[in-house]
Structure formats: C-alpha cells, structure tokens
Design a protein around this ligand. Structure first.
Ligand code: 2U9
Length: 347
C-alpha cells in the first residue's frame, strides 16, 4: 500500500508539472483527489490492514494528499500569473499613436453677431428679454398702434394660426409685454432678440423666418438726442470707430418721429460703390421715439414718460460685417459656409 501511495504521489506531481493551462490542472485535481480517485480507492482498502499499520498508512495517505494539493496550488498560481501576463501583452496599446481628430462645432455667424450686439447693450446697462414666438394679435399689432384694418397687418403678410393667434412678425410684442409687466413704472431698458416670421417668398434678400433685435428705453426725460447718442456708440463699436452715422426721416406706426439710420460705407469711404449702391451710405436699422399711444396702452403715463426704440436685422448686420451675399446661406447648414466663421476647423 505504501508503494502504491508513493507511486500515486509521483505520478500526480509529474502530471501537475506537465499541465500547461488551468483546465488541465483541474483535470489532474479531479483525477487524483476526487471522490472516485485512486487515493480514495487505496483508503478504502485500509480495513484489511493490521491495527499497527492502519494509523501509519492513514498518516501517509494524508501526507500524499497534502503534497499533491500543495503542488496543484503552487502550479495554479504560476499558471494564473502567466495567463494575466499573456493577456497584458496581447491587449497592450501603443500610447505613442497620434490621436484621431475630433470634429468640434463653431458658433453660427448669426449667433456670434447676436451675442456681440447683446454684449454691447449689456455693457450699457440694458437687460435681455425674450417672449413667445406664437403671439396674440393684441401684443403683435394692437398694442403697437396697429389697430384692426391697418395695412401693415394684412392677413397675406403674416402666418395666422387662429383669428387671434399668429407667428410674431417682429420682436416688438416682447417690449409691449415687458412694459405691461412693469405696471407703468420706469425705467425700462431692454433688448429683445429672437426669431420672427413673415409670409415672403424666399430669395437672396428675403426669408419667411429671420432674426430681429429690438431695443427699448422708457424713462422720464428720454429725448431724441439719447437715441442718436446710443445709436452712434452702437455703430462705432460694431463696425469701427471711423464710421459716421446719419438719420433720415421715416415712418413706423409704433414710433413718432421715426428715423432710419445709415452708416458711412467703409468700402469706398463715402465716394460710392456697388455695396452702398453709389450713395456712400448703408442702411442699418430703424428707430424712433415711442408713440404716446404705445406708452399709454402698456400702462405708462405719456405725459411723464418718453422713450426711444430701435430695431435691426442681424442677418443684414452679419451680411455687411462678413460680406455674405445671400440670406439663404444662414439656414442651409452647409459646412463650407459655416466653417468660415469659427476659430476651430472641421476636419
Ligand atoms: C415698442 C415700441 C417701439 C421698434 C422699432 C424699428 C423701428 C424698425 C425693423 C428694421 C429692419 C426691424 O429687422 S427689421 O425688419 N425695425 O425699423 N423697430 S422702431 O419699436 C418699438 C417696439 C416696441 C413697445
């Protein structure tokens, strides 16, 4: 029996040594130490031994089993380490490889121009106000001195949703709503950027949806000279300190008197060219003193308060600033156009 146990020990440790992976090693464990293995088989024959031999053989069998177990454990550790190392070398990455370029977006030119204009007026103490694009007829027209039947509110020119609701045709209703919320108390000093809608056929200079930025100042003693000074600062900061402005008389239902503002043409320096159509001046925006009817309808006492307002189209401003020749470029989402305005490049 002693011979058999020693032989089993030699055989098992040799097989443990020869195992090349964890599966083979486990097969050895099951074959030699399992319930149906040869060591169990040998122990079953212990009953036939004499009383002196039995404990000796028992001790030897335990020793053999412990030896095989230890050999398996040592080999298991070796194989596990080898497996981890193999995985690490196979899965290693080359950290010296150059990175893949990532496409990063840029500001849309209209967004840049709108943010520049916002920053400019914020620096002069204005706040930015926004409002709904689906607007009530009252705020879009009535409150702005455009009563029912006024030619400027022709059904053909606006997108009506119901008899009383339409897509706003300008951002002026935002000013009307803001004034109403202030309950007749000045000062009001706001700019209102946003999308507006008109029933136009799209071409190089018209779009059924475009942007506007309007401004409104209402307080005691606001005069035309305040408007002119503000617009002069705006024109010079936006287009360059060497630009001159001029105001021409105009008409808007919500302002009286009303004006249109031109800036001197930078291309020809006032001599006349194709950009300024030979006049030396370029039209930039409309403005005027807030009509007393508009002040009263929003709950302001027109004997105590006066105000000025102005409105401009960021598409036109960006066209002049960047030399863009077709309004449809803004909405086509063509990367060849868009990438010209950001600091970062699409790759
Ligand atoms: C209130 C009172 C007065 C807003 C004004 C203009 C003149 C104007 C257009 C120019 C070209 C917009 O982009 S455009 O189509 N706007 O000329 N807008 S005064 O006057 C207001 C607005 C609200 C309560």
């Amino acid at each position: 029996m002693e011979e058999r146990l020693k032989q089993l020990q030699q055989e098992a440790t040799a097989k443990v040594e020869q195992s090349v992976d964890l599966k083979q090693l486990n097969d050895v464990r099951v074959a030699y130490l399992g319930k149906k293995g040869p060591i169990t088989e040998v122990l079953k024959g212990m009953g036939k031994l004499s009383a002196e031999e039995r404990p000796k053989m028992g001790a030897l069998a335990n020793e053999v089993r412990d030896d095989i177990t230890k050999a398996i454990e040592t080999k298991q550790q070796l194989l596990e380490t080898a497996e981890i190392e193999k995985k690490l070398t196979e899965e290693s990455i080359d950290v010296t490889l150059p990175g893949r370029p990532v496409n990063s977006g840029t500001h849309h030119p209209l967004t840049s121009v709108i943010e520049d204009i916002e920053d400019l007026f914020l620096s002069m103490g204005y706040t930015v106000e926004e409002g709904p694009e689906v607007e009530k007829d009252y705020y879009n027209f009535e409150a702005l001195n455009l009563p029912k039947g006024h030619p400027a509110r022709d059904m053909q020119d606006s997108f009506y949703i119901t008899e009383d609701l339409l897509l706003r045709t300008h951002t002026s209703p935002v000013q009307a709503r803001t004034m109403e919320r202030r309950e007749g108390k000045g000062p009001v000093k706001i700019i209102c950027p946003g999308k507006v809608y008109r029933r136009d056929n799209d071409d190089a200079t018209h779009s059924h949806q475009f942007m506007q930025i309007e401004g409104l100042v209402v307080d005691e003693n606001i005069r035309m000279s305040d408007l002119k000074g503000t617009l002069n600062v705006f024109a010079k900061r936006m287009f360059g300190e060497d630009r001159e402005i001029r105001l021409r008389p105009s008409f808007f239902p919500f302002t009286e008197p009303s004006v249109e503002m031109d800036i001197s043409c930078k291309i020809c320096g006032g001599k006349g060219c194709s950009v300024c159509k030979g006049t030396g001046w370029i039209e930039i925006l409309g403005a005027g003193m807030v009509h007393p009817n508009v002040l009263e309808m929003a709950g302001f006492d027109s004997k105590k308060y006066t105000g000025f307002a102005f409105g401009m189209g960021p598409e036109r401003i960006a066209m002049l600033k960047y030399g863009i020749d077709d309004i449809r470029h803004y909405y086509a989402n063509d990367q060849r156009f868009l990438t010209q305005f950001g600091q970062k490049e699409f790759k």
